[in-house]
Design a protein. Structure first.
Length: 150
């Protein structure tokens, strides 16, 4: 499971000019599900994101996770994070999970975060979305559950 996590002052997703998800300060998470990803990958990714100490204290040091700043999370499915660019110039998406399985894992991820008491908004799985964000920092972190230490 691959994700891009951005600290934002606000973020919004629109589909056909209608807002489907919006948060103020918090995290914008782009989530890509790869073939072979398991529930363990989902939990590892969610827990890592929930515990990231990337929000500043009074001295501007990264000290707090999103759970301690009462921040929101906006999760956007993005299979293009699973792109393989090893051959040629056109991305191959053979590493991306099939849509039905990817959507189930995406929904499980959203439910897991919600179950931890974090206010979660989402994009619309499989839709052509427009994402607007005001990055804070900017602070962007890449995560890949394949790199987790057992």
């Amino acid at each position: 499971m691959r994700s891009v996590v951005q600290r934002v002052l606000e973020a919004r997703v629109t589909v056909s000019k209608e807002t489907v998800g919006h948060i103020d300060a918090g995290l914008l998470i782009y989530l890509g599900v790869e073939k072979g990803d398991t529930n363990d990958d989902m939990i590892w990714t969610a827990e890592k994101i929930l515990k990231m100490r990337i929000f500043p204290d009074s001295e501007e040091r990264m000290q707090f996770p999103v759970t301690e700043i009462a921040g929101g999370v906006l999760v956007v499915s993005q299979f293009t994070l699973c792109a393989d660019m090893s051959k040629g110039n056109r991305p191959s998406f053979h590493l991306a999970e099939a849509p039905a399985e990817a959507e189930a894992m995406y929904e499980a991820f959203v439910l897991y975060l919600s179950g931890k008491g974090v206010p979660v908004q989402t994009g619309q799985f499989g839709a052509m979305m427009h994402v607007e964000s005001v990055n804070d920092g900017p602070l962007t972190i890449l995560l890949d559950s394949k790199e987790k230490v057992a």
